[in-house]
Write a new protein. Structure first.
Length: 135
């Protein structure tokens, strides 16, 4: 697809909607693993490009919708939680920011017995500190 513009962004969104899940997701074919990963990366890269277009045009709601869709398809990708927290912050939705951080903590602990990356936890701590000062 060409460079994303206001005139063609709907075509880019249609292209994103074609990705409904991983290649041969129901089967564990070893030969499909490389193709599965390549398609995941193409989808993720394109979704990030479309979301970035919406962020640059300050259409945060559309960017949120893109990341929510990515999160449904790739639920263990902490990057989606982080971007959603930043976007909800731009909309001044503190409850959504807090909820997403706690969802991320729970998901990482339940699935991997791990905590959020330092970059994310530092951002959240800084956001929380800044938010409490504004009260």
């Amino acid at each position: 697809m060409p460079f994303i513009t206001q005139e063609n962004v709907s075509e880019h969104k249609k292209l994103l909607s074609l990705y409904t899940g991983d290649y041969f997701n129901e089967e564990d074919f070893s030969w499909a693993a490389n193709k599965r990963r390549r398609l995941q990366l193409k989808y993720l890269n394109h979704a990030k490009r479309v979301a970035e277009f919406y962020i640059q045009t300050e259409n945060y709601v559309e960017a949120i919708l893109i990341y929510l869709e990515v999160q449904k398809i790739m639920p263990y990708l902490d990057e989606t939680y982080f971007m959603l927290m930043k976007l909800y912050h731009k909309l001044n939705d503190r409850f959504a920011v807090q909820d997403l951080y706690h969802q991320l903590e729970n998901m990482l602990w339940q699935e991997f017995k791990d905590k959020p990356r330092e970059e994310i936890s530092n951002w959240y701590a800084s956001w929380k500190k800044g938010y409490s000062k504004s009260l």
